[in-house]
Design a protein. Structure first.
Length: 143
């Protein structure tokens, strides 16, 4: 997915209702999208998982700085996993942006693992209300 005004790929509300029960983003080129290269949002604690593995995610966010991968108001059941991706050139130098709106009508973002990515100068950023220790956000082995 490339050169979209919005997100490259977007998984939203009740992802468990998909045929595979999860939002799997594997081995894609996500380039030059106006918002996030990949956005996973508000899954309502539905039992769906989000997995982004083996992607090239570069130069996204020129319309709204959301990062290469944006995880927002996403409940922790069963897992969110971002690994073995190649990031660079995303607006704000954001490879992965993990946020929570704090709204009571939306789930809290928890249990995200980000590991073994090639960062290309990009970083992982936690938004306000998200704590690595309290919300079990694991970031490791990415350079």
């Amino acid at each position: 997915m490339h050169d979209n005004l919005g997100h490259g790929l977007w998984g939203d509300v009740l992802m468990k209702d998909t045929a595979v029960g999860s939002f799997n983003v594997h081995h894609n080129y996500l380039l030059h999208n106006g918002r996030a290269g990949v956005r996973h949002e508000r899954n309502e604690c539905s039992g769906a998982e989000f997995i982004a593995v083996g992607n090239v995610i570069q130069s996204n966010g020129w319309e709204s700085v959301r990062g290469g991968v944006s995880i927002h108001d996403a409940c922790d059941d069963p897992r969110f996993y971002v690994a073995n991706n190649s990031f660079s050139g995303n607006a704000g130098n954001l490879a992965v942006r993990i946020t929570d709106s704090g709204r009571s009508d939306r789930p809290d973002t928890k249990n995200v693992t980000v590991e073994n990515n090639t960062m290309g100068g990009n970083i992982v950023k936690l938004g306000s209300g998200v704590s690595a220790s309290a919300d079990n956000i694991v970031i490791r082995n990415s350079n």
